[in-house]
Design a protein around this ligand. Structure first.
Ligand SMILES: Cc1cc2nc3c(=O)[nH]c(=O)nc-3n(C[C@H](O)[C@H](O)[C@H](O)COP(=O)(O)OP(=O)(O)OC[C@H]3O[C@@H](n4cnc5c(N)ncnc54)[C@H](O)[C@@H]3O)c2cc1C
Length: 462
């Protein structure tokens, strides 16, 4: 939609084919967008961010230098354009957040009406410039000529009839393959199979990625995903159980073994720990003294639902009782009984708690080096276990693209007239999504749409 709106404004004649009955895709869930102070609003509000050089160095290092450097550079140099454009068109910034890695990294731009408001701006712009949207009409195939240049697409309309849309430039952005279980298994293996997929309510069936691969595109990092802090199944972000699950008490797998340092400054860290746990589950273990702590003292970990707070949760005890009653977590008078209820190895858990209490007593975490202030022994029943599973908001990558969002074949040449963006494009994130760059999935999507339109318009209109 960003690409279509921008292209229509630049004088191109645009048709959007949309599989769902409404446009907007993942914008219904999206909250924050990564940006540097090259965005006018951020600079005007003196919100400190990394420089482009700092962002480049950090991003490339985090991705083990596998990211396409020219694409990263294009993002850093151009991402502000789409946000300035939205704000010029009336988007209201509700707040500026820091990245989870702290101040002076990237700003989380958070708009009134969230990303849905931005999608509405795209729809209005497109309509005002004579663009057309055809909903409930999934694209089934890209059409190529005898030079393998893309010349249009075949879609199926709401009545099952085939539509042929002829085009001089085609932008593919269908949101990845989050709900295509075969593709998840093929590209991500057991880590993909085990993760809870947060986008199965969207039409993320891998259509675009498959069409792009079919047109000559190559894998741009299809195995990586947009992981999130592990999830307590059926509990919303920011609810008491979700908050308790994120606290750095004692995290063990089903054998009772500790899975890593329980304190995280980046949502990616527990996602990775959980992905490798047997059965992709870990349990946060604590006792009644921690319940009292959470009811009266500041949390160690910030909540991840608005209003993003560290404040105490006075109703924690009751929430845990209700959660245990509903089967969302476990509560027992002894550790043995707790292990039995939660399906954790009994000897393993009892032994681990004794070992962990020893670390607490000595005031030094010689195993995973957790801050001594967070070494709180587990001594006084009742005891609790909250099971957590890895959660993936979406897949992360599609096909390899260059800095102009052109789809690149294995010989390095672009497929003529073909652009890919958002989760159907790749080679930008080359490991699992990094929440120190929080909001960069949507920022990257917006950038790809906007920049591809600029590039295509320049080519087509000279
Ligand atoms: C719940 C949730 C919360 C998120 N929160 C954040 C956040 O706070 N910050 C952040 O940076 N990222 C966030 N993300 C990720 C971010 O939203 C996505 O990375 C980004 O929006 C993806 O954009 P896209 O254009 O690739 O896909 P989408 O926005 O999903 O658009 C793809 C569109 O293509 C349509 N489509 C699919 N197949 C076809 C077909 N065959 N023919 C025609 N149309 C088709 C779909 O219906 C959809 O409308 C979140 C994701 C989810 C699911």
């Amino acid at each position: 939609m960003v690409s279509a709106a921008r292209a229509s404004e630049l004088g191109l004649s645009v048709i959007v084919l949309e599989k769902s009955s409404v446009v907007g895709g993942a914008s219904v869930g999206t909250e924050a967008h990564f940006a540097l102070d090259t965005v006018k609003y951020i600079a005007e509000n003196n919100h400190p961010t990394w420089t482009k050089q700092e962002a480049y160095d950090y991003f490339m290092l985090f991705n083990n230098y596998r990211s396409n450097a020219t694409l990263v550079s294009a993002f850093l140099n151009h991402h502000h354009e789409v946000f300035d454009w939205f704000i010029d068109k009336g988007a209201q910034v509700r707040m500026l957040l820091y990245s989870l890695a702290g101040p002076e990294t990237g700003a989380g731009l958070f708009f009134e009406g969230r990303a849905v408001a931005l999608s509405e701006i795209c729809q209005e712009t497109l309509a005002a410039n004579g663009g057309e949207v055809i909903v409930s009409s999934p694209v089934r195939q890209l059409v190529v000529d005898d030079q393998n240049a893309v010349v249009g697409a075949l879609a199926e309309d709401a009545d099952g009839k085939t539509l042929f849309v002829k085009s001089k430039a085609t932008f593919v952005g269908t949101g990845g393959f989050g709900r295509n279980k075969d593709m998840i298994h093929y590209y991500m293996g057991f880590r993909g199979d085990n993760a809870f997929a947060g986008d199965t309510f969207l039409e993320h069936d891998g259509d675009g990625v498959n069409m792009l691969l079919g047109a000559g595109g190559i894998d741009g990092g299809l195995r990586w995903s947009q992981g999130q802090t592990p999830q307590v199944l059926n509990v919303a972000y920011g609810e008491p159980l979700d908050r308790a699950a994120s606290e750095p008490y004692l995290w063990v797998n089903k054998y009772g073994k500790r899975v890593g340092c329980e304190f995280f400054t980046n949502l990616t860290i527990p996602f990775e720990m959980c992905s490798y746990a047997p059965d992709a589950t870990y349990f946060n273990i604590f006792d009644s003294t921690k319940v009292a702590r959470m009811e009266t003292e500041e949390f160690f970990t910030q909540s991840r639902g608005l209003p993003y707070t560290y404040d105490p949760e006075p109703g924690m005890g009751q929430a845990l009782d209700e959660g245990a009653e509903a089967g969302l977590c476990f509560k027992a008078d002894t550790l043995e009984e707790l292990a039995e209820k939660a399906g954790i190895d009994k000897e393993g858990l009892v032994g681990m708690v004794a070992e962990y209490n020893g670390l607490c007593e000595q005031g030094e975490d010689t195993q995973f080096f957790k801050d001594p202030a967070m070494l709180l022994p587990i001594t006084t029943g009742p005891f609790y276990a909250i099971p957590c599973v890895p959660c993936r908001l979406s897949t992360l990558n599609g096909v390899h693209v260059n800095e102009n969002l052109e789809v690149i074949r294995s010989d390095g040449s672009p497929v003529p007239n073909l652009y890919a963006g958002g989760l159907d494009s790749g080679s930008f994130f080359m490991t699992d999504y990094n929440h120190a760059f929080s909001g960069s999935a949507s920022s990257f999507s917006f950038f790809t749409g906007f920049h591809a339109a600029d590039v295509a318009a320049a080519k087509l209109t000279g």
